[in-house]
Ligand binder design. Structure first.
Ligand code: SF4
Length: 173
């Protein structure tokens, strides 16, 4: 089964990749994160993901850095959880569109690993997009593997960021 995984960052993807690969899924990674601020941080996270994907032969697609789309999506909704739900919607909508267009069997996201995300709301967003784009959403609660992602990313000397991604989260940390 071919699965397109939205990837928020390399460290989260380590354990998602391990879990889904062990289950026999044929994974590709999609880095679409116009929420990340500033651009240097966006590039740093991407470069460590590229290294990981190169090591494990995972095809990686880097989306456009559409900062204006991110700010338009959250405009007037800068407080949590509203802001995050809009951020999930933007990122996962692109992922579902690409997965449907390129004939993947399903899409998923490494955001499901983080205990700091609004997991139930994230799942609801993905389920809705699954219906709208006629593409299966592969749901797994990866949160029990969060500690494993820390182990893996440390052992691979990966950059581990200190804030979720957007300018708001950098200020809030
Ligand atoms: S805190 Fe994270 S999920 Fe929420 S809007 Fe910012 S980058 Fe997106």
């Amino acid at each position: 089964m071919r699965v397109l995984s939205h990837v928020c960052c390399g460290p989260c993807f380590t354990a998602v990749h391990e879990n889904l690969s062990q289950s026999g899924y044929d994974l590709a990674a999609y880095y679409y994160n116009p929420n990340i601020h500033p651009v240097e941080e966006y590039r740093l996270r991407l470069s460590h993901l590229e290294r990981f994907c190169g090591r494990y032969s995972v095809p990686l697609i880097a989306g456009d850095y559409e900062v204006r789309e991110y700010f338009a999506a959250v405009d007037g909704h800068e407080d949590k959880p509203d802001r995050c739900i809009r951020c999930y919607t933007l990122r996962l909508e692109r992922t579902a569109e690409l997965a449907a267009q390129d004939d993947y069997d399903a899409f998923t996201t490494s955001l499901l690993l983080s205990p700091y995300q609004y997991h139930d709301e994230l799942r609801a967003v993905a389920d809705k997009l699954s219906g709208e784009h006629d593409i299966e959403f592969l749901y797994r609660d990866f949160r029990p593997a969060y500690r494993r992602s820390i182990e893996l990313s440390k052992s691979l000397d990966m950059y581990r960021q200190k804030y979720c991604g957007c300018a708001f989260s950098e200020k809030e940390r």
